[in-house]
Design a protein around this ligand. Structure first.
Ligand code: NOJ
Length: 544
């Protein structure tokens, strides 16, 4: 049987509120996306993944879902979703939607019913409610912290007006965690999967896939809260992440997907390490892919990149799954800025006015080199909207415009993720740079967006957009996604490998190096006057 499309696919993440706005409310929407699908076909990706567009109070930009079977009027209607799926299919693009099973919105009818019901009721049994500690229950049930900062528990006021039980929320207060030990929750999500599969989606990106099951005793966890589970061999596993029970859930989901025609996929968003632990999510009867966050977080040095690439390939090979690669998404600093930070491999949670600023030119240069390195690797790759324009993080966003709950919940110590979520520029001279018909934009766009606009780059040789396009075309022509990697050089300065007919070289050192022998097919920046590969440049060569 031919390997599934997803084993080598390039999947483009659309963050709906920031992609294209059709109705001038300053928030992107589904008709806006449908109107711009031609861009993605031209770019040459295989699939799109849409971040959540479901009814939601938007306490966490839609990752707080109030109804899993509808579309928020902010983004359009179910009919708009159907049209988007059909138009994408007509253009040869697969569609993956986001599924958020770890928590609902506090506006979900289930949570409203739980708040109105008594302790111990079936309604409360859908979430994780506990009595507080201390004589009057005024202390939270354990010491867990929320990923966004502050305690992971909030105390309810009971219907009779007295302070009552506490509920768990690993994220915002408005995102109560579901109780996955309850069969009703399991049944509900099987039905939600079917709802979207019946509408024709090609798969699901599963939010916080490593969080659904909590250790039964809800034991205290004194380590700082990190979404990345930190499961290195010598560290204890946090009681809220990567519990073995999650795998049973995905085996059941897999059976549902397999009962449908086509080749539908599950993708785990699981901040789990090391690579062998994440590989457990993509065993043959579970999910198809898992994001490779270890790769995303790796510092820009030859030894680090070599180590993470090698480890990633080994871990997924061991379970027969494709490796995935990703450099940017809606939760991290865009790689065109991250790679321009002086401290490599760190993970600042947002950058703002007064913070150390990245070197923009260095970041873009490295960002393009990193992208060409990534797109030459076997497996499947994820792109985040705007990276094909070389879009940087907005690193001087005024704090008063910030919307990520992290900013408030961390007591203004973590700026959060707004800087990578700013609406993207399409036309340099249009209102909101072509994001929508007017200047409305839910986060302010910086003036430098004009130089990154698609219309300034399209057809311009050497632009970031054309560099991505060429890379995607060559990747397809040379079947790099289904190739095999053979290292040629893995020193401190240069990484070089073969994948099929191509030799790929990235120069991490300080001096220019000769390119590999053969015909130069592509490079992330021009070679120097002597025909050598400068620092922070990747080349693709057809070897002789
Ligand atoms: C991961 C999502 O990518 C992020 O944006 C969200 O805040 C959390 N999960 C909670 O749903």
């Amino acid at each position: 049987m031919a390997p599934g499309w997803w084993t080598e696919a390039v999947i483009y993440q659309i963050y709906p509120r920031s992609f294209a706005d059709s109705d001038s409310d300053g928030i992107g929407d589904l008709p806006g996306i449908t109107a711009r699908l031609g861009h993605l076909a031209e770019l040459g990706v295989d699939a799109v993944w849409l971040s959540p567009f479901y009814p939601s109070p938007q306490a966490d930009a839609g990752y707080d879902v109030a109804d899993y079977r509808d579309v928020d009027p902010l983004f359009g209607s179910l009919a708009d979703a159907d049209r988007l799926i059909a138009e994408a299919r007509a253009k040869g693009l697969k569609v993956i939607v986001d599924l958020v099973p770890n928590h609902t919105s506090s506006a979900h009818r289930w949570f409203r019913a739980a708040v109105a019901a008594a302790p111990g009721s079936p309604e409360r049994g859908r979430y994780i409610f506990r009595d507080g500690l201390g004589p009057d229950g005024a202390e939270p049930p354990n010491d867990w912290q929320s990923v966004f900062g502050g305690p992971a528990w909030t105390r309810l006021v009971e219907p009779d007006g007295r302070p009552g039980q506490w509920y768990l929320h690993l994220f915002d207060t408005a995102q109560p965690d579901l109780n996955w030990d309850n069969p009703e929750i399991r049944a509900e999500f099987l039905d939600v999967l079917r709802f979207w599969l019946d509408r024709g989606v090609d798969g699901f990106r599963v939010d916080v896939a490593h969080g659904l099951i909590k250790q039964a005793d809800l034991a205290n966890w004194e380590e700082p809260q990190e979404i990345l589970s930190g499961n290195e061999a010598d560290k204890p596993r946090p009681p809220m992440w990567d519990q073995d029970g999650v795998h049973e859930v995905y085996r059941e989901w897999r059976r549902v997907l397999d009962s449908y025609d086509g080749d539908r996929i599950l993708v785990a968003e699981a901040w789990v390490e090391p690579a062998e632990r994440i590989a457990r999510y993509v065993r043959p009867d579970e999910m198809h892919q898992a994001f490779n966050f270890e790769y995303l977080l790796a510092a820009w040095t030859a030894p680090t990149q070599y180590a993470v690439i090698t480890r990633s390939l080994e871990a997924t090979d061991a379970v027969g799954a494709p490796t995935t690669w990703v450099l940017s998404n809606h939760d991290v600093i865009r790689h065109a800025s991250r790679l321009g930070l002086s401290a490599q491999g760190g993970r600042p949670n947002g950058i703002g006015i007064g913070d150390p600023q990245p070197d923009a030119a260095l970041g873009l240069r490295r960002g393009r080199a990193a992208t060409l390195l990534m797109l030459a690797l076997p497996g499947s790759a994820y792109l985040y909207q705007g990276e094909e324009l070389g879009l940087p993080e907005h690193t001087t966003l005024p704090d008063e415009s910030r919307q990520d709950p992290t900013w408030e919940r961390s007591g203004h110590t973590q700026r959060g993720r707004d800087g990578c979520r700013v609406p993207i520029p399409w036309e340099a001279d249009a209102p909101s740079y072509g994001f929508g018909p007017t200047d409305a934009s839910w986060l302010p766009q910086p003036p430098l967006w004009a130089e990154y606009a698609l219309d300034r780059q399209r057809g311009v040789a050497g632009s970031t957009y054309e560099t991505y396009r060429t890379a995607l075309r060559l990747r397809r022509e040379h079947a790099l996604g289904r190739g095999t990697l053979e290292w040629l050089s893995s020193g401190d300065e240069v990484l070089s490998f073969r994948n099929g007919g191509l030799t790929v070289l990235t120069n991490f050192g300080t001096a220019a190096v000769p390119p590999p022998a053969g015909e130069l097919l592509h490079s992330s920046a021009p070679l120097d006057a002597d025909g050598r590969v400068p620092t922070d440049v990747t080349v693709w060569v057809r070897h002789s």
